[in-house]
Design a protein around this ligand. Structure first.
Ligand code: ZN
Ligand code: ZN
Length: 338
């Protein structure tokens, strides 16, 4: 079987390795689809100073149970939680599995790769599905991330919402806000380069698109003078600007990383006098997969809107370079077994 490793920025090595044997509580999975995440692009661009395997938005078929596994049988279709909770720590037992930090993580385990023919998966992280293609089901993982942001921000009926950053997560957040009955949804993006993503934002119900390279978001003529909920999927530097478009009592949900510099500064007096709330969203452990699958099936988030490219494992380098060089027609790429 083959496994993809990153050996230098945007430089991959496809290695032939021995088919692994599932150990205790592990299942051997035939990987049928692995969607390309922004995190993967980041891994490939910057962390590639040693051999690393990667890929965590995975759907596949059960091949073989290891000792102690009985929930699934050969041929079952499953998706994989990128991280799960432990069931035994105090937070889990107190009903806050979302705050568990003891669970197994697929992302942190560099031996685990979705960009492979087969992989070993902890049985505990497997969620069964039906009624979707593998590539469609793989989108449950990023949708779970968007759902975490949506719930963290607390979107409600009639909210005026801004979504900053139109990657797949931001776009899914727009779809969720629309489904939840938001009144206006403003899609905010730096520039017009991501054409397909901007078009999709409009199709999903964005009232308007604001380009921050052309206009400061605070200068946009919001009918009520601002918005009351903001979902950010962008670098931390947008937070101070986002605060300027808030109404009294607004909530800002934030999901974003800047590995170079996570420091920001903002006017805490304004924060106080405007009664703002800034909330961090972090979908670890990964939750909501059964609900995400239902939302994909019912097309509240239509997978067909999101998947723009499919490629086989051996073409991984070509497609990652394409996403780096020209994002105009890329919303979500998925590696599929053809
Ligand atoms: Zn991801
Ligand atoms: Zn726990």
């Amino acid at each position: 079987m083959r496994v993809v490793y990153v050996k230098a920025p945007f430089n991959f090595e496809i290695r032939e390795v021995k088919m692994p044997e599932p150990g205790e509580n592990q299942v051997l999975l035939d990987v049928r689809a692995c969607a390309v995440c922004g995190t993967d692009m980041h891994t490939v661009a910057t962390d590639a100073d040693y051999f690393q395997s990667f890929g965590h938005e995975i759907a596949g078929v059960v091949v073989k149970n290891g000792p102690g596994c009985h929930r699934f049988k050969e041929g079952d279709k499953v998706i994989i939680e990128s991280g799960t909770f432990c069931h035994t720590c105090d937070n889990c037992r107190n009903g806050r599995v979302d705050l568990c930090t003891n669970g197994i993580s697929i992302i942190d385990d560099v031996e685990i790769s979705g960009y492979a023919d087969y992989m070993l998966v902890p049985e505990q992280a497997m969620v069964p599905f039906d009624g979707l293609d593998f590539k469609e089901a793989a989108l449950a993982e990023p949708l779970g991330v968007a759902m975490d942001l949506f719930y963290t921000t607390g979107i409600e009926l009639n909210d005026d919402v801004a979504v900053i950053g139109l990657g797949p997560i931001g776009l899914m957040a727009i779809a969720l806000a629309k489904a939840a009955g938001a009144r206006n949804i403003y899609a905010i993006q730096r520039n017009r380069k991501s054409k397909a993503r901007i078009e999709l934002a409009k199709k999903l119900g964005a009232t308007d698109v604001i380009y921050t390279s052309e206009m400061k978001m605070e200068h946009y003529p919001f009918p009520r003078g601002g918005v009351n909920k903001i979902m950010i999927t962008a670098a931390p530097t947008v937070i101070p600007d986002a605060m300027k478009i808030t109404l009294y009592g607004s909530v800002i949900g934030f999901l974003g990383i800047d590995n170079q510099n996570g420091m920001i500064s903002f006017d805490a007096n304004e924060f106080h006098f405007k009664k703002l709330q800034l909330r961090g969203s972090y979908a670890v452990p990964a939750l909501w997969f059964p609900r995400a699958l239902e939302l994909l099936k019912s097309k509240v988030v239509d997978p067909k809107d999101f998947i723009t490219q499919e490629f086989p494992l051996e073409k991984i380098e070509e497609y990652f370079c394409k996403q780096r060089d020209d994002i105009s027609d890329v919303i979500k790429m998925v590696m599929v077994k053809m």
